[in-house]
Design a binder for this molecule. Structure first.
Ligand code: ZN
Length: 496
């Protein structure tokens, strides 16, 4: 008996050690210089210059300023080689309460910014954690129950509790965190062309357990009123309005110093009534208004959100979130992803106000714990098709997010499609997208841009076997035939 226990213990210890080693192995670590080397080797300079079109943004070109060992000639050469590929190096801001350490990062970013300015390259920043910290002061910003006890809302991201949506005491400190960075550019005479936020779990949300928490808080009860406590749509509107106002403070601070800088945030974009995706930490609230397509539950959204933030660019999130695979029964499994991902983008493109660019986040497959075990990611061929359809429905650029392990899986198809689409720059810049619907049955999918009496068309076929039927686009009452032979090609056609 004793022997068995000893053996079991040994096995447990070995297994634990094995799991730890495996987890460590899974996390691939790469320096920025290693990533740049990989990027330069696996992409080609653009054959068709991008001109006024936006560059292609890539998460793995974020830096706190340090690259090429600080060697200016080498930095210049690298920036030029990346620019020839349409890829900018993006400054990653970091709020550090230790002023000296923050200043050191700022100094490096300013050095990089001055080189970019000298070379005539755009200067973009990723706001990192500078928008985080609204609920740092627990006494002032957490929920309050009827007995005066403070409590957080810990139903969103683990170890990232949020406070009361209606407590505003934390706002000035966060605005100052952003201001410290923006001011530094102004004082260093480095122009700031745009700032990208990835601000999601750091602000209030109506999802997960938020409504329940708010109902127990006396401040929330007062702010939400009777209707907000019993009607989810009213609750959602109030939460989204506060969330938008918080984001507006970022925009205002940046515009105080750089009125023309673009400002945008992950997941904040013009849209219709419904949201076609869930963030990794979001769960549907039973009873909340939604529309259902097969097993997909698309949540009704507060669609004025984007307009209230003051953001200048919309950022729909076109990710192959793992659970999506289980929502649909399409026999052609590529269509389970394609249908959903193109719907996310099209929903924004169809509802954007004139002059608002769209730069969608993109990733082919995001495996979560809730991903069905039999899930097959979208094929590279159909992922490339998806990218073409997004360009032909009006994307201005894309922002690739992925883990280190997936750098080439994402960069190669997205960059090469971006480069190939630049051949049709005039259509992309001046053309009008004609199609925003995505069929709910497998078959041909069409996207088209119209410029004067010409069309730029892409057709892609799904189903087993893929459709061979003619498809049609109607322009000004004229029916234009798009035959199956055009499938998988981008074609310029005359409207006759
Ligand atoms: Zn509250």
């Amino acid at each position: 008996m004793k022997k068995t226990i000893v053996c079991t213990l040994v096995v447990v210890i070995l297994c634990t050690a094995g799991a730890t080693a495996q987890q460590k192995k899974k996390r691939l670590r790469l320096t920025l210089d290693q990533k740049i080397d990989m990027i330069l080797k696996n992409t080609k300079p653009l054959k068709f210059p991008r001109g006024d079109r936006l560059p292609l943004f890539f998460w793995h070109l974020h830096t706190r300023g340090n690259m090429c060992g600080g060697d200016e000639a080498k930095i210049e050469e690298t920036l030029k080689a990346l620019d020839a590929r349409g890829l900018p190096v993006i400054h990653a801001w970091w709020h550090n309460p230790k002023a000296e350490r923050q200043q050191a990062v700022m100094d490096q970013c300013m050095k990089l910014g001055k080189i970019q300015k000298r070379l005539g390259l755009p200067v973009y920043a990723f706001a990192g954690n500078t928008g985080v910290g609204f609920y740092r002061d627990k006494d002032a910003t957490w929920h309050v129950d009827k007995d005066g006890n403070r409590f957080p809302d810990d139903t969103h991201v683990e170890k990232r509790p949020i406070g009361c949506p209606f407590a505003k005491d934390g706002w000035p400190a966060v605005a100052d965190q952003v201001r410290a960075w923006v001011k530094c550019y102004r004082e260093s005479a480095v122009p700031l062309d745009g700032v990208w936020f990835d601000w999601e779990w750091a602000g209030p949300s109506e999802w997960n357990g938020a409504w329940e928490k708010c109902r127990k808080c006396v401040r929330c009860q007062k702010e939400l009123g009777k209707d907000g406590l019993k009607d989810f749509t009213v609750f959602q509107k109030k939460i989204r309005e506060v969330r938008s106002a918080m984001q507006k403070t970022f925009v205002d601070v940046i515009h105080e110093y750089f009125p023309k800088a673009t400002v945008a945030n992950y997941g904040c974009y013009p849209m219709g009534d419904y949201r076609y995706w869930y963030d990794y930490y979001e769960k549907y609230v039973e009873g909340a208004p939604a529309k259902r397509v097969q097993r997909a539950v698309y949540r009704k959204w507060y669609k004025d959100e984007f307009g209230l933030t003051g953001y200048s660019i919309g950022m729909p999130v076109v990710y192959g979130w793992g659970p999506t695979y289980g929502w649909f029964d399409y026999a052609d499994t590529d269509y389970r992803w394609f249908q959903n991902m193109l719907s996310v983008f099209s929903n924004s493109a169809a509802n954007r106000p004139k002059g608002v660019p769209l730069v969608n986040w993109i990733n082919r497959f995001v495996k979560l714990d809730t991903t069905p075990t039999d899930a097959v990611p979208i094929s590279e061929e159909k992922y490339r098709e998806l990218l073409w359809h997004i360009w032909l429905r009006g994307a201005d650029s894309m922002y690739i997010w992925c883990r280190n392990e997936d750098i080439l899986r994402e960069l190669v198809p997205v960059h090469s499609t971006y480069a190939a689409a630049l051949q049709y720059k005039e259509f992309l810049a001046k053309g009008t997208p004609l199609i925003f619907d995505v069929p709910e049955t497998e078959g041909p999918v069409l996207s088209a841009l119209r410029l004067g009496d010409r069309l730029l068309v892409r057709r892609t076929d799904f189903g087993k076997p893929p459709s061979k039927d003619d498809a049609f686009i109607e322009v000004n009452g004229k029916k234009i035939t798009i035959p199956a032979s055009m499938s998988g090609k981008t074609v310029v056609m005359e409207i006759k």
